[in-house]
Design a binder for this molecule. Structure first.
Ligand code: GSH
Length: 116
């Protein structure tokens, strides 16, 4: 079996897409290095040098035996983590975006208000 890659999550607090990845990490019981790009200028610089921008979350996957790569997009990171842990498909609720959740709440509130 190949050794587990060294994983580092680039994030900042209050970022909802980072929260999605952090929920997946908690659900999987995975503890990985996390670098807050708002608190750590070196982390921000490293991320910008690699990605050309400072959008988070990004997972750095360091597979020293083979290579290292950068994985952006919260949904892709969550899928990767579940696959890496042999857990199959992630639960659907990890993919509900904050924007969609607000839209559903607004529509539901409007429906309740209209029919009461
Ligand atoms: N589609 C991306 C969205 C990422 C995103 O919008 N991240 C925000 C924070 S939640 C960000 O880094 N914005 C600052 C920037 O893009 O420079 C994902 O799901 O990861």
């Amino acid at each position: 079996m190949s050794p587990r890659p060294d994983l580092t999550l680039y994030h900042f607090p209050g970022c909802p897409y980072c929260g999605r990845v952090q929920r997946a990490l908690r659900k999987l019981g995975l503890e990985i290095t996390q670098r807050d790009i708002h608190q750590d200028p070196d982390a921000r610089q490293t991320l910008e040098a690699a990605m050309g921008r400072a959008t988070v979350p990004v997972l750095h996957i360091d597979n020293t035996a083979a290579d290292a790569r950068w994985l952006p997009e919260s949904a892709d990171i969550v899928r990767y983590l579940y696959a890496e842990q042999g857990q199959g498909r992630p639960p659907f609720w990890l993919f509900i975006s904050p924007v969609h959740a607000v839209m559903v709440l607004v529509v539901l509130s409007w429906l309740v208000w209209r029919w009461l």
